[in-house]
Design a protein around this ligand. Structure first.
Ligand SMILES: Cc1cc2nc3c(=O)[nH]c(=O)nc-3n(C[C@H](O)[C@H](O)[C@H](O)COP(=O)(O)O)c2cc1C
Length: 226
C-alpha cells in the first residue's frame, strides 16, 4: 500500500505530528507499506497562480517550477493520503493550503453533478480508491464549533474523509502532562492498527482520540499560567 503523509506543521517538533507518527507506527506495523513522508515546511511551494494552464494542457502538471509536481506524482499514485497539521485560524496552515490548492492539475475543468446535487470537477485520475485521513491538532480546549469550518472544507475537498480533530495538543510537549499525553499517543498507535485492517476508524475510536486530555477549565487555567 502506498501512503502519502503531508506534515503541514511549520514546526520542527510538531505536537500534531507526534500523534501522526504514533498512528503510522500502528498503521505500518509490518513495515510492508511504502510510506512517503513530506514535511511541507522543507519544500518550496508557491501559492497557486490561478492561471489554469494545467487545465488547458490536461497533463496533471503545474506550470510553476517548484516542489509541487514531485508531490503530485506521489499524490496521484497513493492509496492512503494523510493530512497532518495544526488548526490555524480554523483551517489549514497557509503553506499546506498551497499544496491543496495546487492539486487542481489532478482534476479537469469539466464539471459533474453529484447525486446529492453538489457539483465537482471531473478527476483526471481515478481517486475513488483513495482513502483520505485528516489528523488535526489545536490549541483551544474542546470547544463547540472549533473544527466546524475545517470539517466542512475537508468534506468538500476530500469527499468523506476520516477525521481526527484533537483539542489541547500543546499538552503533548508539557512534561508534567505526560500522564495524559502518553495514553493518547498509545491510542493513536492502536488506531493506526485499526486503520490498517479496515482503512477506516470506528466512531468510538475517533471520539476516544478526540476526548480532551484534561477538563476545559483546568486547561484554560494552565494556559493562563494559573
Ligand atoms: C497562526 C496560528 C493560528 C492558530 N489558530 C488556531 C485556531 O484557530 N484554533 C485553535 O484551537 N488553535 C489555533 N492555533 C494553535 C495551534 O493549533 C496549536 O498550537 C497546535 O498545537 C500546534 O500544533 P503543531 O505543534 O503540530 O504545529 C493557532 C496557532 C497559530 C500559530
Amino acid at each position: 500500500m502506498k501512503i502519502l503523509v503531508l506534515n503541514g506543521s511549520p514546526k520542527l517538533k510538531s505536537d500534531t505530528f507526534r500523534l501522526t507518527d504514533a498512528f503510522l507506527k500502528g498503521l505500518n506495523r509490518t513495515g510492508e507499506d511504502e510510506v512517503h513522508l513530506v514535511h511541507v515546511r522543507e519544500k518550496q511551494i508557491s501559492p497557486c497562480h490561478g492561471c489554469f494552464s494545467c487545465w488547458q494542457r490536461g497533463d496533471g502538471r503545474c506550470v510553476i517550477d517548484d516542489d509541487q509536481n514531485a508531490i503530485l506524482d506521489i499524490y496521484r499514485e497513493a492509496d492512503v493520503i494523510i493530512w497532518s497539521f495544526p488548526l490555524y485560524c480554523y483551517g489549514m496552515p497557509s503553506h499546506l493550503k498551497a499544496v491543496l490548492d495546487r492539486t487542481i492539475p489532478l482534476v479537469k475543468m469539466k464539471m459533474v453533478q453529484n447525486p446529492d446535487g453538489t457539483v465537482r470537477h471531473e478527476p483526471l485520475v481515478d481517486f475513488s480508491r483513495v482513502h483520505t485521513l485528516v489528523i488535526c491538532g489545536c490549541g483551544f480546549p474542546h470547544r463547540k464549533g472549533n473544527f466546524d469550518a475545517l470539517r466542512a472544507m475537508c468534506r468538500a475537498c476530500f469527499g468523506n474523509p476520516t477525521m481526527i480533530c484533537v483539542p489541547e495538543t500543546p499538552l503533548l510537549n508539557v512534561p508534567e502532562a505526560a500522564i495524559v499525553a502518553e495514553p493518547l499517543l498509545e491510542g493513536f498507535e492502536r488506531a493506526g492498527e485499526e486503520y490498517a485492517a479496515a482503512l477506516t476508524l470506528s466512531p468510538e475510536t475517533i471520539s476516544g482520540l478526540e476526548k480532551p486530555m484534561i477538563p476545559m477549565e483546568e486547561y484554560i487555567r494552565h494556559v493562563n499560567g494559573g
